[in-house]
Design a protein around this ligand. Sequence first.
Ligand SMILES: [Fe+2]
Length: 301
Amino acid sequence: MGPISGNRVEIEQKTGKYKLRRPGFAGLTWEDMERLERLVEKGLRLSGLYRIGFQNLFDLRIERVEIAFERLPEAFDGLRVLWLSDFHIEPLEGLPEALIKAVEPLDFDIAVLGGDCAFHYDLTEKAVEQMWKIAKPLLKRVLVYGILGNHDRYEMGRILENWGVQMLVNEYCRLERDGQCVYLAGVDDCHYYRGDDLEAALAGIPNDCFKILLSHSPEIVNKTDGYLFDLCLCGHTHGGQVCLPNGFPPVTCSSVSRRFAKGLWKKGGMIGYTSRGLGVSGISVRFFCPPEITLLTLRKK
Ligand SMILES: [Fe+2]
């Protein structure tokens, strides 16, 4: 795991919930409006909608996504990547078991954990215990890689790494097949901690190689121009978590366009995919936005 960034040190040393002002209305985003959030939760409970929204958290969907690339080396044609993000796992009793059961029949070559293991900003024993239930069976099957999200303490990354997950925090790893290679480059969270360092993550990767960027938040797209990434995998937005019946996400908790909030998107020559994630933050409900297990297959064009 890469060295902890200055921003992370500063924020992690503060006690209690930290605040970082991000671009938004008067410097505020939904994440800063806790009172309004509690009011909405009260309304949902009174109306009976909370129960339905909570049940929706367990309606796991497997999204099979195939993407073709001209630059993909022949040997990696058909590479299957299991992309799991935004677990927010400690309050969701039964989710690790449901997730592992859903993943069991799937075939994949590598698994990548996209960050936000925790629900609370402080690391809890419960989060570690629940994440172990997910990581253990995956590690038995394939190589597992991971990045940190805005709900993860740096220590969470250390714990995952001790279990055998290769954490990519502003660093890369090289996958090899038949003498050909692709690179996975991961950055630290760019949403709260602003610990992302693309230069460090890429240092040493030849420019003409196939590169996959792993970033918890799609907000990284503000910085990727000129880096020649082929694919970018993200989470963080939960796909909106609470959407309108047509799937429109009123809140994405990110400072980039809604076109990056879920599913496939493109930015310059880079193809991206944002998962709706598995867990939730804020109010524990989902509407018109089911949790997602993503199975990506990379194809040679
Ligand atoms: Fe999240």
